[in-house]
Design a protein around this ligand. Sequence first.
Ligand SMILES: CC(C)(COP(=O)(O)OP(=O)(O)OC[C@H]1O[C@@H](n2cnc3c(N)ncnc32)[C@H](O)[C@@H]1OP(=O)(O)O)[C@@H](O)C(=O)NCCC(=O)NCCS
Length: 201
Amino acid sequence: MSTAVLRGYPRSLSCNASTVVIRLMTAADGPALSAFVQTLSSRDLLFVRRDITHPKVIMAWLQALEQGNVTSLVAYDGDELVGCTAIVSDTLSWSRHVGEMRVLVAPAWRGCGLGRALIQECFALGLERGLEKLTVQMTVDQQAAITVFEELGFRAEAVLHKHVKDHEGNAYDLALLSHDVAEVQALMETLGVPEALDSEG
Ligand SMILES: CC(C)(COP(=O)(O)OP(=O)(O)OC[C@H]1O[C@@H](n2cnc3c(N)ncnc32)[C@H](O)[C@@H]1OP(=O)(O)O)[C@@H](O)C(=O)NCCC(=O)NCCS
């Protein structure tokens, strides 16, 4: 699996009458990332395995970037971090061909296309890294996000009942969606799609 990112950044996008800049996250984004997670409700964070409001978890995230187990993007409006993504994989695991995607947008920046753009960029990075299967988890009420992932070819694989609890002790169901990239690519090759696309250039 490749960890080098070839996709070109920064990229920009119009949102909320601003130009939001999307680029790769580095350790220098730590303070802006900590400020960003404080804008999110615990409900928004339930799909992330660890509570990212803890400074130690943020520190581990930034270290994982350097170790190559995580590739993340950040979206900035000026100096304010307004969204981010992560693809998490573990090269030492039996599931080293699988990447878990995570996407978060600040509440004040939702509904203007930033989430869709980040989900698409994160997916493109997963393909570029050569991951064979991509997964994403979210509480079942995140219908907008589920729709965007389904449009990219993700399908529901499981619902984990009462799998996460917020700080108040309320339990929620978690949906697990996945995309078998390798299977889709093999199907496209069987159907001759790559050749059809190549011949247009
Ligand atoms: C999921 C999330 C990233 C979406 O971010 P966003 O910036 O609002 O997304 P977009 O503005 O690109 O909207 C995506 C689509 O959902 C639709 N949508 C947005 N809010 C919606 C809502 N409340 N109800 C129904 N549809 C909605 C939009 O119309 C858009 O569809 P379109 O492009 O066809 O118009 C954001 O809500 C979030 O951070 N949620 C908490 C974390 C989470 O659950 N992440 C997903 C798991 S990784």
